[in-house]
Design a protein around this ligand. Structure first.
Ligand code: GDP
Length: 445
């Protein structure tokens, strides 16, 4: 799934090489692929059309800067526009209200409202140190009230009882009153689910909104909903002044195209993403990262930019060829890799940008530490003779001491470096079939 678009775009990028400007003719094929990718990711058709038109306008006539090629420039325009459409930066929950700050949860039945209510409670308790009360206004399903009670307990928040005999309005007033009297910072209000848009229920949630005057009205939407998300989003936007979106079930197979649709239709920022059924499965939404997911490319686009900006492609290719052929990956390569990583903004920033399948493979390496002593490592390797760099197995105790002296470090550090080199060698072997080097080779050369 993910690699298909990457391959196609890579091919198109290659075809466009050597052209200095993005033109009507070279942009069409590329945008067709992007359009397909968006549709495959389940972005609603009208949203796709709109988006493509915007990208085309931005891209046409755009000069290709620096070492970038037209195809790469276009990929980055697409990615940037995607991220910008879904909202840049981080939008956390707004609690700027006379306490209790009321948060109203809206969405279809099964979207994940109740689960998200509890996840949010936990988030606000742990990250914002708030005292949180939850209440269910779902008087149609007693099981829903019980479910909220259970998950609220797991979240460590307090649950305000309600019963199917009450009117949602009365529940809201009672809960608000209780929250005020007991100095709660936040009141989270779960609402009745609806399987489809239903006039009576829409009116009910509008009334609840009027009663509660919430500082946040969050639209909870299932990422798996795909094309349908657009209709649901429209209906909720018309009924309520939405202040944010929570996109749930992003741990599923969906490429998450609903994010783009819902964001465009409602104009509200996507604040959180649900990434598991568990109570801690809530993440602050990252538009950049999600753009990569929709395009099925991880953050490869950003990586392309970094790679082309700061790295000696030829050296990377040589390295890739070496790894591929199984030829010894030696300390010279290790050194050149360290130096390239440095140019690209450090190891951890690079790993952050790779698709998770790739970084999982490299999981054994401690990124922070690696970054911190990059300089010392350079020094150590530079204190070795060319022969030692090519054949690290020659480095016995006395040589280690000499190298350590030369680099002004302890012998243990030389040992550590050699060990890390071995790990890196291992990692390179694992990445042989695909991964970073192959990718750099494809995109760059
Ligand atoms: P509600 O009807 O909108 O209140 O939806 P629920 O909170 O009851 O959730 C419906 C189903 O979706 C439940 O089985 C949840 O466990 C599941 N669910 C909710 N959020 C997520 C999520 O982010 N990831 C996954 N995998 N499941 C979720």
């Amino acid at each position: 799934m993910a690699s298909a678009l990457t391959d196609k775009l890579t091919r198109l990028v290659k075809e466009m090489r050597g052209q200095a400007r993005i033109t009507e003719s070279n942009v069409t094929d590329m945008l067709r692929e992007v359009r397909m990718a968006l549709l495959e990711a389940d972005v609603a058709l009208p949203v796709v059309r709109d988006f493509i038109a915007r990208v085309k306008e931005k891209a046409l006539g755009q000069e290709v800067l620096g070492s970038l090629k037209p195809g790469q420039t276009l990929v980055s325009i697409v990615n940037r526009e995607l991220a910008a459409t879904m909202g840049e930066g981080v939008a956390d929950i707004n609690l700027a209200a006379q306490p209790p700050a009321v948060i109203l949860m809206a969405g279809l039945q099964g979207a994940g409202k109740t689960t998200t209510t509890a996840k949010l409670a936990k988030h606000l308790i742990e990250k914002r140190k708030k005292k949180v009360l939850t209440v269910s206004g779902d008087v149609y399903r007693p099981a829903a009230i019980e479910q909220l009670k259970t998950v609220t307990k797991q979240a460590g928040a307090e649950w305000f009882p309600s019963t199917p005999e009450q009117k949602p309005h009365d529940i809201a007033v009672a809960a608000l009153d209780y929250a005020k009297k007991h100095y709660f910072d936040v009141l989270l209000v779960d609402t009745a689910g609806r399987l489809a848009i239903d006039e009576a229920l829409m009116q009910e949630i509008k009334d609840l909104h009027a009663t509660l005057n919430p500082v946040e009205t969050l639209f909870v939407v299932d990422a798996m909903q795909g094309q349908d998300a657009i209709n649901t989003a429209k209906a909720f936007k018309e009924a309520l002044p939405l202040t944010g979106i929570v996109l749930t079930k992003l741990d599923g197979d969906s490429r998450g195209g609903a994010a783009l649709s819902v964001r465009q239709i409602t104009g509200a920022p996507i604040k959180f993403a649900g990434v598991s059924e568990k109570i801690d499965g809530l993440e602050v939404f990252d538009a950049e990262r999600h753009a990569g997911r929709i395009l099925g490319m991880g953050d490869i686009v950003a990586l392309v930019e970094q790679v082309t900006a700061g790295v000696d492609i030829e050296a990377a290719q040589k390295l890739a060829a070496k790894v591929k052929s199984g030829d010894g990956f030696d300390l010279n390569d290790f050194l050149s890799q360290i130096q390239q990583m440095k140019q690209m903004g450090g190891l951890s920033s690079l790993m952050d940008k790779l698709p998770s399948q790739l970084t999982a493979k490299a999981g054994a390496v401690d990124m922070d530490k690696a970054e911190k002593d990059i300089k010392r490592k350079e020094g150590i390797i530079q204190s070795m003779t060319p022969l030692e760099r090519r054949k690290p197995e020659l480095i016995k105790a006395t040589r280690k001491k000499r190298i350590a002296n030369g680099a002004g470090v302890q012998v243990q550090e030389v040992n550590r470096l050699l060990k890390e080199f071995e790990q890196m060698q291992d990692m390179m072997k694992k990445m042989k079939g695909g991964g970073l080097m192959k990718m750099m080779k494809k995109m760059g050369g």
